[in-house]
Design a protein around this ligand. Structure first.
Ligand code: NAP
Length: 291
């Protein structure tokens, strides 16, 4: 692991007066940044003046995808560095913020996007399944928020402030018992979002974004996804770009903390007794009636 803390900004070579007036570019760590929603969040931030540390799990395929996303971010003018870590291994997770600071010299934000999404139900629930969900979806977000807070305190600027955005799920507002352990782990993360906002103020704001059905996930196929995506009051759920814009809005809104934006085409306004995958399958099996 790279040394921490890195040499302080005061130890950097002297800058010209005009360079000294240029504010440094903020740096965000995005977990699960290689692909899918994490990739789109990374590129949205790169497009709007952020430098990025892209976290991925660290296998060969995820490192290659993360490096490809980092290349896209660099082409948009951002600095971008890839770091691999299994977030479920607490020591590796705790090393991530120091490694990000060592890589790009500072850290201003963490986007807790990485998540495991395994199907279980009350019938198949086990402590092992809950433990896997907790270790990937809940505990890392708390450890990374705490580490960002420690970094900002150590940085010693007056005052160094930052932000954490946790990716949640619209189903916390509109619950159903499918994906039982995943849902419990996200419910705990939603509570942690509020408690972290209380505990880490005024240095760190902590917010959430709750997507609706955004990408094909789990056992869903493309046809089921298309049907599920239309099962909302707005007849379209969220896109990865909708989610990325909401994350950037929260990162750049200094008066908001402890709040979660639900970005889902209104899906949370509907009572849904099962996961939208199963409702989409029912819709596809039922011939449409004339209206
Ligand atoms: N997709 C949707 O429709 C939807 C809906 C509601 C909420 N959300 C939330 O939005 C966020 C992004 O969704 P997504 O579908 O893009 O996520 P995803 O593809 O399911 O997962 C993102 C990444 O998390 C990584 N990850 C999982 N466990 C990890 C661990 N222990 N250590 C390191 N990396 C780990 C995975 O790495 P590997 O690929 O290497 O396994 C994966 O690439 C998630 O928090 C999700 O819960 C998504």
């Amino acid at each position: 692991m790279l040394p921490y803390p890195p040499s302080s900004p005061a130890a950097a070579p002297p800058q010209s007066r005009s360079a000294a007036r240029t504010p440094p570019r903020p740096v965000a760590l995005v977990t699960g940044a290689a692909r899918r929603i994490g990739r789109v969040i990374t590129l949205e931030l790169a497009r709007h003046g952020w430098d990025l540390v892209l976290h991925c799990r660290g296998g060969a395929a995820s490192l290659a995808d993360a490096e490809a996303t980092a290349c896209e971010a660099r082409a948009l003018g951002a600095q971008a560095q890839v770091l691999g870590a299994d977030l479920a291994v607490e020591a590796d997770c705790e090393g991530l913020v120091p490694a990000a600071v060592a890589a790009l010299g500072r850290l201003d934000a963490v986007v807790n996007n990485a998540s495991s999404f395994e199907y279980d139900s009350v019938a198949s629930f086990s402590s092992q399944a809950m433990d896997r969900a907790w270790r990937s979806n809940t505990a890392p977000a708390v450890l990374l928020a705490r580490a960002l807070h420690a970094h900002l305190l150590a940085r010693g600027e007056d005052p160094a402030t930052g932000c954490v955005v946790n990716l949640l799920d619209q189903k916390l507002v509109n619950p159903n018992p499918d994906y039982f352990s995943y849902t419990l782990s996200k419910a705990a993360l939603a509570e942690a979002t509020v408690m972290l906002a209380q505990a880490l103020a005024p240095r760190v704001r902590v917010c959430g974004v709750s997507p609706g059905v955004t990408l094909v996930s789990g056992t869903m196929n493309e046809a089921e996804f298309d049907a599920a995506h239309r099962l909302t009051p707005l007849q379209r759920s969220s896109t990865p770009q909708d989610i990325a814009q909401a994350v950037r809005f929260l990162l750049e809104s200094p008066a908001i903390t402890g709040h979660t934006l639900v970005v889902d085409g209104g899906q949370h306004l509907q009572g849904q007794p099962r996961d939208v995958l199963f409702l989409a399958q029912q819709t596809m099996a039922t011939p449409a009636k004339d209206s």
